[in-house]
Design a protein around this ligand. Structure first.
Ligand code: ARG
Length: 456
């Protein structure tokens, strides 16, 4: 078979070289972007007199046939098809004859692959953002439905202060909203058209690059051909956004895994998103969440892998850059399964409010006791100390702080008065935190409304 670059070679490539060098196994995924880029290029070549309008039409029609073959699964990859660009061009020439050989005038696979991959990346970002949006919607729905359920809030995984479920769950919504912004930035990073840069120095046929870019739906063109063929910032940006999204999903997973354990029992995963054990009949395992947590490690690894590859390169195209695609494809495939799975988990998640309530012990409102004294005029530092003494008394006497008698309290501070009783309830503690972003029912309702607005 005749290779695209076979002219100067006296011998056929070694089988191992082929195996090692070929990227068709994975870059065939870019088949439609490659055809799209070629169609635009054919039109561009008319403008500079390389192709007549008739020739360009023949080429575009030929590319449509190639496209139809991919679509119907009848495209057959031949041994000499090194990569998707080679494969599509080979087939085009088979279908329409020598005129197909004019298509590669003034371009290189270097600007071609950069264009294809950018086109693919922009679409991939759209898909990820859609999946993210669905998960965000599931979180807001669940937060709204179960907004009033009370549970302990934790710091250091120790009981801290009571919070509402709606508040707790939305804490996992906002990171995803920041991810949406990051994905916007990834799309923008990919949104420059390198076509016309050719191998490195720019095309010798002065095609209208702006028109090419517009035809392909890019917002702008790359300003420097040397940079354009080696710029993979958009791929690193993609992997960074994927890694952070992965971290956010991992955190939510970890928390739900804990909450679904027998010790907590705050939530129950639906059977449809749980797995069993081959030996222990009673088991119901959160494999979906564990895999989500586990795969976040892979996402971080893919980012580090690509950055390490890029780090060693001089400017312009080097074959190392062929290593850009598999990681990005992998990250995309990972996210586009992890996200809908997480959406399913959230949509079917059951709460066990009584298990949460059982953990709402009086210690959670110790801060409110100190705040009570502050409202009676005591500096917070002293109030903190006094409540510390009360906690100590409660521990030594075995009486919860909320059940100590007024006399016992007054023995520690005379600022305690009969109104202390209503101040010290879980509901009172929640209601007190009526600051924007706080856990008071009012504030959480507003937060839910804000989240809905952001989603629209
Ligand atoms: N398959 C190659 C890649 O993915 C296409 C560009 C090849 N360019 C070259 N000069 N060999 O990077």
């Amino acid at each position: 078979m005749s290779k695209l670059w076979g002219g100067r070679f006296a011998k056929e490539a070694h089988d191992l070289l082929r195996q090692f060098n070929d990227s068709i196994d994975f870059d065939q995924r870019l088949w439609s972007e490659d055809i799209e880029g070629s169609m635009a290029w054919a039109r561009g070549l008319v403008g500079v007199g390389v192709l007549t309008a008739t020739e360009a039409n023949t080429i575009v029609r030929g590319l449509e046939m190639v496209s139809a073959e991919w679509e119907s699964g009848t495209f057959t990859i031949q041994p000499g098809d090194e990569d998707i660009h080679t494969a599509n061009e080979r087939r085009l020439i088979e279908l329409i004859g020598d005129v197909g050989g004019k298509l590669h005038t003034g371009r290189s696979r270097n600007d071609q692959v950069a264009t294809d991959f950018r086109l693919w990346t922009k679409r991939a970002v759209d898909q990820v953002q859609l999946e993210l949006h669905q998960l965000q919607t599931a979180l807001v729905d669940h937060a709204e439905q179960h907004m009033d359920v009370m549970l302990p809030g934790y710091t250091h995984l120790q009981h801290a202060q009571p919070v509402l479920w709606g508040h707790w769950l939305l804490a996992h919504f906002w990171p995803l909203e920041r991810d949406q912004k990051r994905w916007d930035a990834v799309r923008d990073s990919a949104d420059s058209c390198p076509l016309g840069s050719a191998a490195l120095a720019g095309s010798a046929f002065p095609v209208n690059r702006e028109a090419l870019a517009a035809r392909l739906g890019f917002s702008r063109i790359t300003p420097n051909s040397l940079d354009a063929v080696s710029d993979r910032d958009f791929s690193a940006d993609f992997l960074y956004a994927a890694a952070i999204t992965g971290l956010h999903l991992s955190r939510l997973s970890e928390q739900l895994i804990l909450f679904s354990s027998q010790e907590f029992g705050f939530v129950r995963l639906d059977d449809t998103f749980s797995t069993g054990s081959s030996i222990m009949p009673q088991k119901k395992n959160p494999d979906t969440l564990e895999l989500t947590r586990g795969k976040s490690g892979r996402l971080v690894g893919l980012l580090v892998g690509l950055m390490t590859t890029l780090k060693g390169l001089p400017s312009t195209y080097d074959k190392d850059l062929q290593e850009d695609k598999e990681g990005v494809f992998n990250a995309f495939d990972t996210l586009t399964i992890v996200l809908p799975v997480m959406t399913g988990v959230i949509n079917t998640l059951k709460l066990q409010p009584e298990r949460m309530a059982a953990q709402l012990e009086p210690g959670l409102i110790a801060t409110d006791m100190a705040d009570y004294l502050v409202k009676k005029g005591l500096p917070f530092r002293q109030a903190h100390h006094i409540v510390g003494e009360i906690v100590q008394l409660s521990e030594t006497s075995g009486v919860p702080i909320t059940e100590l008698s007024l006399t016992q309290l007054q023995a520690i501070s005379l600022l305690f008065e009969p109104d202390v009783v209503e101040a010290f309830s879980i509901a009172g503690s929640l209601a007190a935190r009526d600051v924007v972003g706080g856990t008071a029912p009012n504030a959480v309702r507003e937060q839910i409304a804000f989240a809905r607005q952001v989603l629209r």
